[in-house]
Design a binder for this molecule. Structure first.
Ligand code: NAD
Ligand code: MG
Length: 381
């Protein structure tokens, strides 16, 4: 469905963040295909105002709007739903961080929109509910996450029955070579120094614990209908190969590019088409060599195993994993707990709450709330 001039209308939720600003760079170059009709942010008024001047969207939402609000801007979390369900929106780019992105995804899918999904937490909390919303409203989820975009690019044109296995690549994060003793003393500044990607603070910490890769394994399970024993992870520090797909004849196809989120953002907007763009620096295999691989060290990075176990357990366990992680990462970023407390918090929450009822958005949000409470009480924060 397109409107007016033949361009597609895009709502960018979380437009002031790392993915949001990346997406606006892409959309600015692709003005003959897409127009920005809605922008939302949490609280960064200055940047949102600047974006509103540049794109003149029909709808602007700021969730935490203060007293000096611009009357025409909508406030509160309802603004996210309003932006995501507008008639002139064809594609909702969900670049919100954390569980706050769930309801807008569900609402957009129920209205039959394409959701270009960066907000992986949506699928981790409520993968089955998201799939139900897709079925009810004829919406579709297209991943923005680079690994999942890579898999989608590799499998497009092949039936699912031809896929034997996928292998997600992980950079290993800033602590790849660190000992357990060093990890126990890691500071916020250390954790935010990612070697290959410039991202928001929460996902950067998730990359340091490898909780991000756990979220991505669960995301892949729901996106591609793959059982967990057909999803593997390998550490690839250069972040050039974004994932591998092994087909049933043993052939392995990989997708690669210099690390940039502009390409997966654009592909999520245009899939299954490819369009001409200049967002990715030229590919020079010699300059990018060597490309190396290592196994994951589950001893030093227990969050990955905990997340995969939660995924396998199913039900509310992934929602508990996600909420405990979100809460613990916020506490770590606020200087209240140590880096190694993050996986401890996740393990404790899963031990106590991993089998809470699932099946509906309400049950999953109750599990989410209980996990946050559990972590807060554990660290009295
Ligand atoms: P970020 O912190 O830079 O930006 C988050 C955005 O969400 C901001 O615009 C903020 O205003 C908005 N936001 C935050 N809390 C909100 C709330 N309660 N309600 C409404 N809006 C809210 O984060 P990011 O790095 O851009 O990541 C966004 C999502 O994309 C995350 O789910 C992350 O895992 C995923 N992702 C990011 C990258 C990356 O390169 N940054 C790569 C892959 C996936
Ligand atoms: Mg990723």
């Amino acid at each position: 469905m397109t409107h007016g001039t033949g361009t597609k209308g895009v709502a960018v939720l979380g437009s002031t963040g790392s993915i949001g600003t990346t997406a606006l760079r892409v959309l600015e170059r692709q003005r003959d295909r897409f127009r920005v009709v809605a922008l939302t942010a949490n609280s960064n008024r200055a940047l949102l105002s600047e974006q509103v001047k540049r794109f003149a969207p029909a709808f602007v939402g700021m969730v935490e709007q203060q007293g000096d609000a611009d009357d025409s801007w909508k406030s509160g979390s309802d603004a996210l739903i309003s932006a995501a369900t507008r008639d002139d929106v064809d594609i909702v780019l969900n670049a919100i961080v954390g569980a706050a992105g769930l309801d807008a995804t569900l609402a957009a899918l129920e209205k039959g929109k394409r959701v270009a999904l960066a907000n992986k937490e949506t699928l981790v909390i409520a993968g089955d509910v998201v799939k139900q919303a897709c079925a009810t409203g004829c919406g579709e989820v297209v991943p923005v996450d680079s690994e999942h975009s890579a898999i989608l690019q590799c499998i497009t044109g092949h039936p699912a029955s031809q896929v034997r296995r996928v292998v997600l690549t992980a950079s290993g994060g800033p602590f790849r070579g660190w000992s357990e003793e060093q990890l126990a003393k890691a500071t916020v500044e250390d954790a935010l120094r990612h070697p290959t990607w410039q991202m928001g603070r929460k996902i950067t910490v998730d990359s340091a614990t490898l909780a991000n890769k756990a979220l991505e394994v669960i995301e892949a399970h729901f996106l591609f209908d793959l059982p967990y024993d057909r999803i593997d992870v390998v550490v690839h520090p250069q972040s050039v190969i974004h994932s591998f797909v092994e087909f049933i004849d043993g052939s392995v196809v990989a997708q690669m590019s210099v690390p940039t989120m502009e390409l997966p953002v654009l592909y999520a907007l245009t899939h299954p088409e490819r369009v001409s763009d200049v967002g990715v620096p030229p590919f020079d295999p010699v300059r990018l060599s060597p490309m190396t691989y290592e196994p994951v060290d589950h001893q030093r990075f227990p969050a990955l195993r905990l997340g995969i176990e939660a995924g396998r357990a199913g039900g509310s366990a992934p929602a508990v994993f996600n909420a405990a992680n979100e809460c613990a990462v916020a506490a770590f970023l606020a200087g209240k707990i140590r880096f190694t407390d993050i996986p401890r918090a996740i393990a404790a929450a899963l031990d106590t709450l991993g089998d809470m009822p699932a099946g509906s958005r309400e049950n999953l949000l109750a599990a989410d709330g209980a996990a946050r409470k559990h972590v807060k009480e554990m660290f009295q924060c």
